[in-house]
Design a binder for this molecule. Structure first.
Ligand SMILES: *[C@@H]1O[C@H](CO)[C@@H](O)[C@H](O)[C@H]1NC(C)=O
Ligand SMILES: *[C@@H]1O[C@H](CO)[C@@H](O)[C@H](O)[C@H]1NC(C)=O
Ligand SMILES: *[C@@H]1O[C@H](CO)[C@@H](O)[C@H](O)[C@H]1NC(C)=O
Ligand SMILES: *[C@@H]1O[C@H](CO)[C@@H](O)[C@H](O)[C@H]1NC(C)=O
Ligand SMILES: *[C@@H]1O[C@H](CO)[C@@H](O)[C@H](O)[C@H]1NC(C)=O
Ligand SMILES: *[C@@H]1O[C@H](CO)[C@@H](O)[C@H](O)[C@H]1NC(C)=O
Length: 532
């Protein structure tokens, strides 16, 4: 299509070249398109050109056009791109001379080339990355690159649009030279933890028909500010730990999380002042890993639970912190032996001590708790003693005589008391109580025989030793010392003491008279009584 806008200024006057014939075409017309009929427009006879020499001289340019000598038509040889020919100039034309010889005539032609919207706006960089601080306040502006559209006039960029965003909008400013500048404006505060990257699309739109546009990706990376404190997932962690856990054992690994990034989310753990020195002697906290380990001896009998207050602090320039509490309940182990305490004891008692008498009072203790501290007391092997609980708290037993005792059978007892707890494995201890029995004169002296038959030779000399009698007493000491004497009795009207005498100390029996054979008598020494 040709918008024929031929301005016939002046009829060409030979040989001068003062008149200028103007044509206007749109850029990008296909080759072969006819721009004008020179023969008609310049007042030449059609067909008259055929015999003449026609030269087309285009200034400073390629040979985009030519003249058909038969028809006199000026036609396009090669497509013209206004932007290529004239860059950003708002008006664009080619100057050409049509030189016809014999006779020589020169026609000046100005071929205006009008813009069509053949270029879409574009951006030199179609991806722009912007770093915006999380703490940026609404209203802050960030420059965006301009779009480029080589077309001119209404075909060049008219406006810009931004993809829908909760946080951003754009504002366009026009410089004094008409250049548009695009600013990205923050409309709502950013939260990196909610959205770290905003992908926006900036569209440059031209005013042509049809409208053309070009886009650039605007990637807004939100720069972290330390606006989140480290957080533990619980306020209190409760842990069971057996006492005597080996040094280095892991109690737990603390893990606070911080939604920020980089140093703002790197955490250092420490005990706060509310954690006692004593507790800090028992537990160690790795500041970097949050590992809580055993450092000292955990003794249930010393502490049944420990409470630690721990804080997590991030490494931001203005650090934020979070806190938690760790409570360690110590589980008792059977690590303490039960103990026997002899509170009072009678180590020597009379052998005739009555059954039921208390020999000793025994206290029991075990520092462990529960089954580990549940103790029972027993007597090793059978003994004539029993135990009777006398009080529960503190635990006391009485050691009581359960059977009559007899020094002459068993003069002393080694009573082994065994205490045992109910832990697994059970622990036991023992204590020996030695009881000596004191002699009581509870045994009568005894002759081996109750009846002695002694033969005496006839005509014995008076005073002769006729026998030696010996009695035995199992008692001790003075209870054992014997004195022999003869019971007064008459034999045939004669007093016994007239016939016999006995050595009180050794029981030697002497005849005081001479006995005749005839009346062969048997003298019975029936009984000796003891002297106390
Ligand atoms: C700790 O021990 C108590 C009983 O002593 C038990 O009820 C509790 O469940 C235990 N807790 C853990 C975390 O094992
Ligand atoms: C801490 O917890 C977070 C989530 O709760 C988890 O992703 C991370 O791996 C944990 N870190 C450690 C060292 O346990
Ligand atoms: C101690 O153990 C005995 C049995 O061995 C049991 O009968 C008693 O209830 C236990 N006492 C405690 C306090 O556990
Ligand atoms: C044990 O003691 C209780 C009172 O404490 C008493 O009633 C009971 O008879 C005693 N048992 C023996 C065998 O002594
Ligand atoms: C008493 O305890 C000792 C060690 O303390 C042990 O060698 C002995 O076997 C125990 N005696 C009894 C009867 O348990
Ligand atoms: C003992 O004496 C009494 C009287 O004094 C006399 O009757 C008796 O016969 C005497 N017995 C002997 C055995 O001599």
């Amino acid at each position: 299509m040709i918008f024929l806008a031929t301005f016939f200024v002046l009829s060409a006057v030979w040989p001068s070249a003062l008149s200028v014939t103007r044509y206007s075409i749109e850029e990008e017309m296909e080759s072969g398109s006819v721009v004008a009929n020179l023969a008609t427009d310049l007042g030449l006879e059609p067909g008259g050109l055929a015999q003449r020499e026609v030269k087309l001289d285009i200034f400073h340019s390629k040979k985009y056009l030519d003249v058909n000598k038969k028809t006199g038509e000026l036609y396009i040889v090669e497509k013209m791109d206004r932007e290529n020919l004239c860059l950003a100039k708002t008006t664009c034309f080619l100057k050409l001379d049509v030189i016809i010889e014999s006779p020589l005539r020169i026609f000046n032609i100005e071929l205006g080339i009008t813009d069509i919207n053949d270029n879409a706006p574009h951006f030199r960089r179609d991806r722009v990355e912007l770093d915006v601080s999380e703490s940026a306040t609404p209203g802050e502006r960030f420059s965006l690159p301009n779009g480029v559209d080589p077309d001119v006039g209404k075909n060049t960029i008219k406006t810009y649009k931004l993809s829908v965003s909760e946080h951003f909008t754009i504002e366009i400013q026009t410089g004094s030279d008409g250049t548009q500048y695009v600013d990205l404006v923050l409309t709502k505060s950013l939260d990196r933890e909610e959205k770290a990257v905003h992908n926006l699309i900036l569209t440059a739109v031209d005013g042509g028909v049809p409208v053309r546009s070009g886009t650039a990706n605007i990637i807004v990376r939100v720069q972290d500010t330390n606006d989140n404190p480290p957080q533990f997932d619980r306020q209190t962690y409760t842990i069971n730990m057996t006492e005597n856990s080996p040094i280095g054992s892991l109690v737990m690994k603390l893990n606070a999380t911080d939604l920020d990034e980089g140093l703002n989310s790197e955490i250092v753990y420490s005990f706060t002042l509310y954690t006692s020195e004593k507790t800090q002697d028992v537990f160690a906290l790795n500041p970097n890993t949050g590992e809580l380990t055993v450092k000292g001896t955990i003794d249930y009998e010393d502490m049944t639970f420990y409470e630690m207050h721990i804080e997590a602090r991030d490494k931001g320039t203005h650090p934020l912190l979070g806190q938690c509490k760790v409570v360690v309940h110590v589980t008792d182990m059977n690590d303490n032996y039960p103990e026997i305490t002899i509170q009072s004891v009678k180590n020597t008692v009379d052998e005739n001590i009555p059954v039921g008498s208390v020999i000793a009072l025994v206290g029991l203790s075990d520092r462990d708790t529960g089954d580990n501290g549940n103790v029972s007391l027993s007597i090793h092997q059978h003994m004539p003693f029993i135990l009777n609980k006398s009080s529960d708290r503190p635990l006391h037993y009485k050691l009581i005589v359960s059977e009559p005792l007899d020094r002459e059978s068993v003069p002393e007892y080694d009573i082994i008391l065994i205490v045992r707890d109910a832990g697994t494995p059970p622990l036991s201890d023992n204590e020996t109580i030695t009881v000596h029995l004191l002699d009581v004169n509870d045994n009568a002296p005894q002759f081996p025989l109750s009846f002695y038959n002694i033969r005496v030779e006839e005509n014995n000399a008076p005073g002769a030793l006729i026998s030696s009698l010996s009695a035995f007493d199992p008692d001790l000491h003075e209870n054992q010392y014997l004195v022999y004497f003869i019971l007064e009795r008459e034999i045939a009207n004669t007093s016994m003491s007239m016939l016999f005498s006995i050595n009180p100390e050794n029981g030697n029996l002497y005849a005081l008279k001479t006995f005749d054979y005839g009346p062969c008598r048997v003298h019975i020494l029936r009984k000796f009584t003891q002297i106390k």
